[in-house]
Design a protein around this ligand. Structure first.
Ligand code: ADP
Ligand code: MG
Length: 632
């Protein structure tokens, strides 16, 4: 005998018991969210049957209106008795097995995370505060219910109806039921504290607040007027949708309680039929109980939900965009596979992408807003440059960097190029850990002298992106740690007076350089004088054909067996420190102090480049040096 044919008692899984216990025994600010959760489930069930009807014409009640009905039952005025709220839909329905599986275990990811969090900090009262805000799915009904009966009949003709009964205690029952029409009815016997949910006016308010944009009509009592929006908001003329309405739609759709950074609503009829209402969320990270947990937009065809998370329309570097895309041109008998590959999808995707990029450019007019945007999503674009070569041209103008001349502000490549002196042909960048330390990079010495701007690559993703940058407006990108770097002559350069410290004599310098190489051995490729350094004693440059510093830094982040790259060490013969070192060396070619100082010079240079595996290793040496200085 199957469970559909007899009564069966089951015990809830331990985690559900725990959840039920909290829902029943704590006090919540907003118990009304259970209505939202049940309507959301009804809407999901309607979407599913609607989608199924596109391909399968054998469903039960094919002509039934797709809708959601709320009715209340209460005793006559002055009489005692129970109050019931009934929420009915004509959705996909559930068999007895479905009931056991879907309502006996936790499906909703929000509820699962909620419990995980509870186990971690065990603070019920704190969690009780947030539960009202977030979706915990079906079980939230027990915030208001003394008893719940879910009567359902699957859309599949061969199945019979069943009812699931629970009072929120340990066990629940499943019995055969008498229901001939398709869909689900949830009968809720209201607890006395929750009697307000038997009030139609109250229900109407809740629907306006939480479920106004549900794509199917919601009816209350015997009223023929639907209680939610008549027309889906994305199919309404953009000019007729207020900012308030689209924000409210966003929040009901995502349960993100922050306002989106921007919303993009547009429609076209030719060459493509397209209605889209898209959003850029304020934060990249979704909150713990966010409703939409995966990337992708909702794809509709004539108001029918085809795909909940469609990632084929927008490239990965725009995957943070959320919202709805609806096109009547999509074939109604679409399967999910054909959606992915069709030419139409590519056309739709291109149109949407163009529009989103335009909107992001528009956002850039407001520097503050764009700063917030870039802090959240800059990395997506950098990843895009690195991985999506076809989109490079489109992404590069969107990139923002700090630079030696941007004064703490973000700058665009266009702005950089417009500031380039005529003799400058390349776009220069320097890689480092953060803005402050990079500003002292020895590589910048010659650029400061010549007044040439250098972009600061200070984000881990900059290093990831650097090799793929290639060029912008025919100007190649150049890492300034490049050994072969030749700098353009500039006006600023010819004006600088030659009042530098006299250089260490050549012979003395050569002897020092040999000693330095001897001390450092294989850790440096070469030791040589620098032509470019001004204020810094040393710098490390990449030998030709070696992976550049950007790539090495990246390795430091991702690679456990990171090996410090072997670089050329350049010494500045005009720097006081190098001059003193040369004198020490001349006085005592075997000086142990010279060895210590040289080791420290290399380590300092590695730190400066963001290449040192563990700077704390330097401390004993620094102490030894301090001891020697102090004893003088
Ligand atoms: P979620 O909606 O996130 O999956 P819920 O706890 O809200 O989690 O619902 C659990 C499951 O119960 C749903 O995934 C669905 O399979 C089933 N379900 C709930 N309500 C209905 C309904 N009205 N019609 C059909 N199935 C439903
Ligand atoms: Mg749900």
């Amino acid at each position: 005998m199957t469970i559909a044919e007899q009564e069966q008692t089951y015990t809830f899984k331990a985690e559900i018991k725990q959840l039920l216990d909290i829902l029943i025994h704590s006090l919540y600010k907003e118990p009304e969210i259970f209505v939202r959760e049940l309507i959301s489930n009804a809407s999901d069930a309607l979407s599913r049957v609607q989608f199924e009807m596109l391909t399968n014409h054998e469903v039960v009640d094919p002509d039934a209106e797709l809708g959601i009905w709320l009715t209340v039952q209460k005793p006559e005025e002055g009489e005692e008795g129970d109050k019931w709220l009934i929420i009915k839909d004509t959705g996909i329905g559930m068999t007895a097995d479905d009931l056991r599986q879907n309502l006996g275990t936790i499906a909703h990811s929000g509820a699962r995370e909620f419990l995980a969090n509870l186990r971690q900090n065990g603070n019920k009262s704190e969690i009780a505060d947030v539960i009202g805000q977030f979706g915990v799915g079906f079980y939230s009904v027990f915030m208001a219910a003394e008893e719940v009966r879910v009567v359902s009949r699957s859309a599949h003709a061969a199945e019979s109806a069943a009812v699931w009964i629970s009072d929120g205690s340990e066990n629940y029952r499943i019995e055969p039921a008498d229901k001939s029409d398709r869909g689900t009815e949830i009968h809720i016997k209201l607890r006395s504290e929750a009697a307000e949910f038997a009030d139609e006016w109250k229900l109407r308010q809740i629907i306006k607040k939480h479920s106004d944009f549900v794509a199917f009509p919601i009816y209350i009592g015997d009223q023929e007027q639907r209680a939610n929006q008549q027309q889906s908001i994305w199919r309404t003329q953009p000019s007729e949708v207020t900012a308030e309405a689209s924000k409210s739609f966003y929040q009901q759709m995502t349960l993100d309680f922050e306002e989106p950074l921007t919303s993009i609503h547009f429609s076209s009829d030719a060459p493509l039929n397209l209605r889209a209402l898209l959003f850029i969320p304020a934060k990249r990270e979704k909150t713990m109980f966010a409703r939409r947990t995966e990337p992708g937009v909702q794809l509709y065809c004539k108001n029918v939900l085809i795909q909940e998370y469609c990632t084929d329309l927008l490239p990965r570097w725009l995957s943070f965009v959320d919202g709805v895309v609806d096109s009547e041109d999509l074939p109604l008998n679409v399967s999910r596979e054909t959606v992915q590959n069709s030419r139409l999808m590519r056309q739709l995707g291109k149109t949407i992408r163009k529009r989103v990029v335009r909107e992001i450019n528009k956002l850039a007019e407001d520097k503050e807003k764009f700063g917030a945007f870039w802090a959240q999503y800059g990395r997506f674009f950098k990843e895009g440059v690195a991985t999506d070569h076809e989109s490079r041209e489109e992404i590069l103008p969107l990139l923002r960097f700090y630079s030696s001349k941007s004064d703490g502000q973000l700058t665009t490549l266009d702005e950089y190029v417009s500031r380039m002196p005529e003799s400058q042909t390349d776009i220069y960048y320097v890689v480092g850990d953060d803005q402050r330390s990079i500003a002292n990079s020895p590589h910048l010495d010659p650029f400061k002298g010549r007044g040439i701007e250098v972009l600061y690559f200070v984000d881990a993703f900059d290093a990831f992106m650097a090799p793929a940058l290639m060029e912008y407006k025919e100007k190649p990108f150049r890492n300034i740690d490049d050994a072969a770097l030749e700098l353009p002559e500039t006006a600023a350069d010819s004006e600088t007076p030659a009042e530098e410290t006299p250089a260490v004599p050549e012979e003395q310098f050569t002897s020092l350089a040999e000693r330095v190489k001897e001390i450092l051995g294989e850790r440096v490729a070469e030791v040589r004088p620098s032509k470019l350094l001004k204020d810094s004693p040393v710098r490390l440059v990449s030998p030709e054909n070696s992976p550049n510093t950007a790539a090495s830094r990246l390795q430091r982040y991702i690679d456990q067996d990171y090996a410090v790259p072997v670089k050329i060490l350049e010494l500045n013969p005009r720097h006081g420190l190098i001059a003193n070192l040369a004198n020490l060396h001349t006085a005592d070619p075997a000086s142990p102090l010279v060895a210590l100082l040289v080791e420290q010079l290399l380590d300092s240079a590695l730190v400066q480049e963001g290449l040192h595996p563990n700077p704390a290793d330097m401390l004993p040496r620094i102490q030894a040096l301090m001891e020697q200085v102090a004893s003088r």
